[in-house]
Design a protein around this ligand. Structure first.
Ligand code: FAD
Length: 303
């Protein structure tokens, strides 16, 4: 079931990190960065959301990655609640820090309709704004480009009328200048295949990287369902609920994530993005189970 065009290129590996909310969480993130760094990811992405303090923590974490590690950060950026001018400034700030990849997102809408929703309605508008900054700052970028990623949805986005509408939105993000897409979490391998086939049929040509989450706790699964509308796999939920220890839950979650990743690779996925929740053990275990091609590591810069 390989997709056409996916040859012997080794798959990419990336991780999603979350800015720490407390000083103790800060120590855990630094440890996570060290441990994940040892697996030589192609990049690590840093989420962006919440209060101004949380957003500042994202920028600080990116600064740390650039100045104190060998990892290449991709900065998430959400346009919800932001002005055009504020976003422009943030993109310039990222470029100044040395960031060369941005994941352009809308972000989740505030529950209160009275709260300012921001000047850009959709992620595709943010992609265009980022391309505008890139064009104006070509000299600082040595004439190069920023890599701009966007979100893609194997299961319908909560606000969307249909799965096919989401595919249309993905095309519009590609037209606005997106270079790659990372998927929302999903639990049925067939959903990734369905998304890629529908997107390719509709004219989407950018890489669509599966976003996989090693789910090691029932609470996390339930929270995820609440936030994203993605229904947890009933079998996985049951296995986690009836597991007798944390170690067993970890084994179950890691195995399920490895199964999803393997299925995506068999379907021609160009890479793997792991949602880590700053829990490096589960993500490292998934990578070990996958036994990624040696060429991926051989091509990396020696430590
Ligand atoms: P959009 O692509 O703008 O879509 C939002 C909604 O509008 C969808 O329902 C879409 O169908 C609809 N829509 C889009 N364009 C149009 C149009 N032209 N006409 C009509 N309807 C349209 N959230 C955070 O807050 N911080 C993060 O760091 C973060 N990281 C993420 C990383 C990944 C890989 C993914 C998959 C999601 C992430 N999210 C994050 C969640 C994301 O912000 C939410 O899913 C959000 O609700 C939608 O963002 P989007 O970029 O897909 O928005």
């Amino acid at each position: 079931m390989a997709f056409p065009g996916h040859g012997a290129v080794p798959p990419s590996l990336s991780y999603e990190l979350y800015p720490p909310a407390t000083p103790e969480a800060g120590d855990a993130v630094l440890r996570t960065i060290d441990e994940l760094g040892a697996t030589r990811p192609d990049y690590v992405s840093v989420t962006y959301s919440g209060t101004p303090a949380r957003r500042r923590a994202s920028v600080e974490l990116i600064g740390h990655l650039v100045t104190s590690t060998r990892l290449r950060p991709v900065a998430h950026l959400c346009c919800v609640g932001e002005t055009r001018e504020g976003l422009d400034l943030l993109v310039r700030q990222f470029v100044g820090l040395g960031v060369r990849g941005i994941l352009a997102l809308r972000g989740d809408l505030p529950a209160d309709p009275g709260v300012f929703r921001g000047e850009l309605p959709f992620a595709r508008d943010l992609v265009e704004l980022i391309r505008g900054v890139e064009a104006r700052h070509g000299a600082s970028l040595a004439g190069g480009r920023l890599a701009v990623g966007v979100a893609a949805y194997p299961t319908r986005h909560l606000e969307s009328p249909s799965f096919l509408h989401d595919v249309e939105v993905l095309i519009s993000k590609q037209r606005s200048g997106a270079d790659f897409a990372i998927t929302q979490v999903y639990f049925d391998p067939a959903e990734y295949v369905r998304l890629v086939l529908a997107a390719r049929a509709a004219g989407v040509s950018i890489p669509i990287i599966p976003g996989v989450m090693p789910t090691v706790s029932v609470r996390r699964l339930e929270r995820l369902a609440l936030m994203t509308g993605v229904r947890p796999d009933a079998g996985l939920l049951h296995r986690l609920e009836t597991a007798s220890s944390e170690a067993e839950r970890r084994r179950i979650g890691v195995r399920a994530a490895a199964v999803l990743a393997r299925a995506a690779f068999e379907a021609g996925a160009p890479g793997l993005h792991l949602y880590t929740f700053n829990d490096f053990r589960a993500s490292v275990d998934v990578v070990e189970q996958l036994d990624l091609p040696a060429a991926r590591l051989a091509g990396a810069v020696p430590a």
